[in-house]
Ligand binder design. Structure first.
Ligand code: BES
Ligand code: MN
Ligand code: ZN
Length: 518
């Protein structure tokens, strides 16, 4: 679906259907005055009087089919005092799906109507333009890649609308508004890529396919990209990443992507590490079968990194971003004659040794080598990792909560503020020194498993052992929200969510959170 702009008085707007959003009891003169010119027939449309603007109320009104705007879809936002961004995004997504289900090809959204909602939300027009764009695109997302023509068809699947047009009364689209829409489009395309990658079955997406995706992004958007193969991983000394991948027919990869705007070559990069376990059986410490198929999504962190780079590549102003490095340690965790065993001791890239007590605690193993690599190769301004790391985090924060671990107050605030904008549920969890002794090993420098209790904290503390003093680090545990089995207006395809893409995009613009980069 294209996203376009129309700049004219209401009388010259054109769309099969105009979508408007209204608070309780308001009429068009409040939410979209120019709509009277675009659809003068509204005045005599009896249905208009029936529309109350209640939350989730939807009413489609018809004018004569030959008119330039022959339909108006009214969508209720409820009371002003109950406004929430998440509900606004869902309302936009539902309106888009409704229009698609009716086969409307061209859709219009009067920007006046966003100004009106923005006043109530105490946000800018640009903010709502971006959110509406993201919501419209995510709401229409489908995944038909793995169906054939021979499969069961649920009737005619309607095509997506050809375009969504933002209807401006201004003669020209202001730069800021234009940029906001293109930002929204970029972020949504990154989220969609991440979702598709997470939903890809493990027989279609192994470590080498993740690497191919990174290479594709690099050549499309002029990023730097390096991929280490299995032999290079071993020779370099990434013994922990190697151990996770050693039982799989599909060899591990270590992926490096870099966005370096001109003139920032000497800047300290923001480094984002994403867990890329393309399938997690648990290895020799095999998982129970019940929900094992969901472990194709155990590369949600990697998907977020690739989605972030896809978004950066599509941004209209990517050169204002800092230098960003994405690192993906990618492996498949399988049981096999060659697999790593419980009790095995491996030497990590840092030189520290780890006794692997449970082969299902594999995420922290490949992440620790990536964290070491990040600090050996660069001096990170900020070091982030994002990973579907622990079931314990899901127990603590539920299916939608992201656990945030950081000792850095600026980073914490930055991440929390970004999450408030994007609608992600992020909550801080502690890095208590007292729990660090949980990782003591009888034979090696540490084990990869603490007690079940406080499992998310134990994993975070394991990672912290690989972060040098003074490095500004945050760890995001997305075991819950990375992969969600329930569909919703903004997640019409259950499964991979793309969690992290928007959050990271937003964070990269936050100068306070990132600190000095030069
Ligand atoms: N990938 C899992 C964590 C996970 C669980 C993600 C549920 C998404 C949903 C991770 O590799 C894992 O297996 N962690 C173990 C660690 C334990 C063995 C210390 C866990 O959480 O049970
Ligand atoms: Mn595991
Ligand atoms: Zn895992």
């Amino acid at each position: 679906m294209d996203i376009r702009f129309q700049n004219a008085s209401g009388g010259e707007w054109r769309a099969d259907c105009a979508m408007v959003f209204a608070f309780v009891k308001d009429g068009p003169e409040q939410y979209a005055p120019a709509l009277w010119e675009a659809a003068p027939w509204l005045e005599i449309s009896p249905g208009l009087r029936d529309f109350g603007g209640k939350k989730d109320e939807q009413l489609l009104l018809y004018g004569h089919p030959e008119l330039p705007v022959p339909r108006v879809l009214l969508c209720g936002l409820g009371g002003r005092e109950d406004f929430s961004l998440e509900h606004f995004r869902e309302t936009v997504a539902k309106a888009m799906c409704f229009c698609r289900s009716r086969g409307f090809e061209t859709l219009g959204l009067p920007v006046e109507c966003l100004d009106y909602a923005a006043r109530a939300a105490d946000r800018t027009r640009e903010f709502l333009l971006r959110e509406a764009t993201v919501a419209a695109m995510l709401g229409l997302h489908r995944c038909e890649m793995y169906r054939s023509a021979l499969g069961e068809q649920d009737g005619d699947t309607p095509a997506d609308p050809r375009w969504l047009g933002y209807l401006f009364t201004e003669k020209e689209t202001p730069d800021a508004a234009h940029r906001a829409v293109r930002q929204g489009e970029a972020e949504a395309s990154g989220v969609i890529l991440a979702r598709d990658l997470s939903n890809a079955p493990a027989n279609h997406l192994g470590p080498s396919v993740l690497a191919e995706e990174a290479r594709k992004l690099a050549s499309a958007h002029a990023f730097n990209c390096t991929v280490l193969d299995a032999e290079q991983i071993r020779d370099m000394g990434m013994g922990a990443l190697w151990a996770v991948g050693q039982g799989s027919e599909q060899e591990p990869r270590f992926i490096v992507l870099e966005h370096c705007p001109q003139g920032k070559e000497a800047h300290k990069p923001v480094i984002v590490v994403g867990k890329g376990v393309t399938f997690d059986t648990g290895g020799i410490s095999l998982k129970p079968p019940a929900k094992m198929h969901e472990m194709k999504g155990d590369m949600g962190g990697a998907a977020a990194v690739l989605g972030l780079f896809a978004a950066i590549g599509a941004l209209p102003d990517a050169d204002v971003l800092p230098r960003v490095v994405g690192l993906i340690p990618a492996a498949e965790n399988m049981p096999d004659g060659r697999s790593v065993r419980p009790g095995d001791v491996v030497t990590t890239l840092s030189g520290k040794t780890v006794e692997i007590l449970n082969t299902d605690a594999e995420g922290r193993l490949l992440l620790c080598d990536a964290l070491s690599y990040a600090q050996q190769q660069w001096e990170p301004a900020v070091l982030l990792d994002i990973a579907t790391l622990t079931g314990a985090c899901v127990i603590a924060l539920g299916d939608y909560g992201t656990g945030l671990f950081t000792a850095d107050p600026f980073l914490r605030r930055g991440i929390e503020e970004a999450a408030e904008d994007t609608g992600d549920l992020v909550w801080p969890l502690p890095l208590w020194d007292a729990y660090d002794k949980n990782l003591k090993s009888d034979v090696a420098d540490m084990t990869n498993m603490g007690p079940r209790e406080g499992g998310a904290l134990n994993a975070a503390l394991f990672l912290r052992r690989f972060v040098n003093k003074g490095v500004r680090w945050a760890h995001l545990d997305i075991a819950g929200p990375g992969y969600v089995v329930k569909a919703s207006p903004l997640l019409p395809v259950p499964g991979g969510t793309g969690m992290g893409v928007r959050l990271l995009c937003r964070l990269l613009r936050d100068k306070d959170a990132l600190g000095p980069l030069e």
